[in-house]
Design a protein around this ligand. Structure first.
Ligand SMILES: [Fe+2]
Ligand SMILES: [Fe+2]
Length: 251
């Protein structure tokens, strides 16, 4: 059984508000040392993609000095992130503008952190390099190992005009991948700033809440961003039957 904590959309911008909210969630999670297997951070870590914002993220999430985080912290970029400073500050290099994809293998499952960002754009897409990386990575894994894909842009409409305008493009390509790859048992995303559960190509698709603000749905009233809502996070449990169960919390 794998227990993953999940945060998304910190939008660190150097303001006290953003820092305080991220620290509040971080402190809750760090208190779970030994009981959580890893923390997933699904993009929009920085608000402007500035190096100073990533320096803060690295400090806050213990990314540069792994001893300060009680479990592995796995990240992927979002549309507000910028690959070069992200790589430099969060990963310690090497430089490069290609997609930032990474694999973490646990005893019973693998998590693929995939880059769905398109530099300079708000909508998302997996480029050819990322699709090839996913296929090659799964080929290299032990055949029966269940895998989760985590990335920023949901590939479906969530019934709000803002995130629905900036979804993951070419969803049929992702659906085709899932058809070929039964070992992918679930999809975990961010971007929409609303905790949501749906399905895509026969797999559970879970959208994590935002740390920075919460999306106000069209039937909830005026204004897109509820900035008074507390920062959210999630726990995802992948059990021995390959079933993904998600719990949502606020800090
Ligand atoms: Fe965001
Ligand atoms: Fe986003």
């Amino acid at each position: 059984m794998l227990v993953l904590a999940h945060i998304s959309d910190l939008h660190l911008d150097g303001t006290e508000r953003a820092t305080e909210r991220a620290e509040r969630v971080r402190d809750r999670l760090w208190g779970l040392a030994g009981r959580v297997d890893a923390l997933l951070v699904t993009g929009d870590i920085a608000d402007h993609g500035a190096e100073a914002e990533y320096e803060e993220a690295a400090r806050l999430l213990g990314l540069r000095d792994p001893d300060t985080a009680p479990f592995p912290v796995l990240t992927c970029p979002g549309n507000h992130d910028s690959r070069a400073p992200y790589r430099k500050a969060l990963l310690g290099g090497p430089a490069g503008d290609g997609p930032v994809n990474s694999l973490h293998v646990f005893d019973d499952a693998a998590v693929l952190m995939c880059d769905s960002s398109i530099p300079g754009r708000d909508e998302g897409e997996f480029d050819e390099e990322t699709y090839a990386w996913i296929e090659a990575t799964l080929d290299d894994l032990d055949g029966g190992l269940p895998a989760l894909l985590a990335f920023h842009h949901p590939p479906v409409a969530l019934h709000h005009p803002l995130p629905d305008a900036y979804q993951l493009g070419e969803p049929r390509a992702l659906a085709g991948l899932l058809e070929r790859r039964p070992e992918i048992v679930g999809l975990i995303t961010g971007h929409a700033h609303t905790p949501a559960a749906t399905a895509f190509a026969g797999r559970p698709l879970v959208v994590g809440p935002g740390v920075t603000w919460t999306l106000r749905l069209p039937w909830e009233g005026e204004g897109v961003a509820d900035r008074d809502a507390p920062p959210g996070f999630a726990f995802h449990v992948l059990d021995d039957e390959g079933r993904l169960t998600s719990h949502f919390r606020v800090a």
